[in-house]
Design a protein around this ligand. Sequence first.
Ligand code: NAP
Ligand code: MG
Length: 404
Amino acid sequence: MSLIEMKTPLVEMDGDEMTRILWQMIKEELIEPFVDLKTEYYDLGIKHRDDTNDQVTVDSANATLKYGVAVKCATITPNAQRVEEYSLKEMWKSPNGTIRAILDGTVFRAPILVKGITPNVKTWEKPLTLARHAYGDVYKNAELLIPGAGKAELVFTDADGRETRKTIMDFKGPGVLQGMYNLDSSIESFAKCCFTYALDTKQDLWFGTKDTISKIYDRRFKDIFDSLYDSTYKEAFEKAGLTYFYTLIDDAVARVMKSKGGFIWACKNYDGDVMSDMVSSAFGSLAMMTSVLVSPKGVYEYEAAHGTVQRHYYKYLKGEETSTNPVATIFAWSGAFRKRGEMDQLPALMHYADVLEQATISVIESGVMTGDLALIADREDVKKVNSKELLQTIRAEMEKELSL
Ligand code: NAP
Ligand code: MG
C-alpha cells in the first residue's frame, strides 16, 4: 500500500518533557508508516521559545490562521521554578494563552470513552463535551478589601464624560468588593464557536447561566445566544435535527448528572473552569481528555487536555520505565487529520483518522493499557504496558485494518 496523501500541511506545534517524547513515538509508530506526512513544524519546546523570545509561538498561531488546522503537544507554562530549571530569559506567557489570543477561540474538551473504564456517573454513555468561555468575568476582576463603613458604587463614565451610577452597598463595617465585566463581541464569538461546533460534530448544544439572579449580566449572555441562534443557526439546527437548549445553570447541572451525555455543554468562564474538572475526573482520567480550540475565524487547534507529565519525564531521564498514556495526544493528531481531510476533501485521510482512533480504543478494550488506566479498569486481567509497547500494539491493529 502506498502512503496516504495529504494536500495542505498541518501546523505541528511540538512541546515539552514526556509529551515531547510521546510526540516523536506517535509519529514514528502510528503516522509515518501510513501517511505521507506534511507538516509545517514549529518547536514550542521551552528552550526554543526562549531562544526566539517566544516569537515561535506567535508564528505558529499565525500559521494556523493561514493553513486552518494545527496539532499541539503539551508545553511548559513557565513559573519561577521553570525559569531557573531552564535558565530562561523571562517567565514567558502560557503558549495556550498566546495562541488563544491570536485565534480568539473557544476550547471544547471531550473524554475518550472505552468499554471497561466506566464513568463515575453511570448514566453517561456518550462523551460530554464541555465548552468554556475563556474570557472575562471573575478572571479579569477588580477587587477591594473594604476596611470599614462606607459606600460602594458602580460608576461608568462614557466617552463623552457622562456618568451612570448605581449603589452596590452601604457598608456598615468591613467586607469585600468585586467588579467584573464581559464584552458583547467576546460573548458573540463564544456563541458562534458553540453553534458551529455543534453543527460540525452533530451534537445538541446546552447553555446555562444564572439569569434569574443576574438579570442584566447573565441575561446578556442568554440574549446574545438567543438572537444569534434565531438569526443565523436555527434553520441549520432544525435541518440537522439538533436542539439548542437554554436553561438555568443549576437546572443544567442537575440534568447533566442524569443525562446520557453526547451533547455540548457551554459554560460561562467560572462554571466551565469548575465543571470541566468535574467532568474529566468523573470520566476517569485526564489522560483520556481531548481538547480542541475552535476559532470563529474557522480554524482549529487540536491537543491533549493534560500537561507535559513532568513527573514521568524525570523518571524517564533517570532511565526508569514509564507508562505514560499517549491516547489524548493520539486523538489530537486524529482530530487534526480528520479536519484536514474534511477541508481538503481527502476521504482516505479521514478514514485513516477513524482507523487510528478505533485501533487505539480496541487495544485498550482488549485489556492492553498504560498504568493510569490499569488502575481504574473494570477488568482484572489487564496487561499493563509502557508507552512504546502500547503504540506498537496499536500499530499492529492498524496494519490489519489498512492492509499493508
Ligand atoms: P500534567 O502534566 O497534566 O500531569 C499531572 C499528573 O496527571 C501526572 O503527574 C500524572 O499523574 C497524571 N497524568 C497526566 N497526563 C498523563 C498521561 N498522559 N499519562 C499518565 N498520567 C498522566 O500536569 P502537571 O504535572 O501539573 O504539569 C506539568 C507541566 O505541564 C507544567 O509545566 C504545566 O505548565 C504544563 N501544562 C501544559 C498544558 C498544555 O500545554 N495544554 C496543560 C496543563 C499543564 P501521576 O504522576 O500520578 O502518574
Ligand atoms: Mg480548573
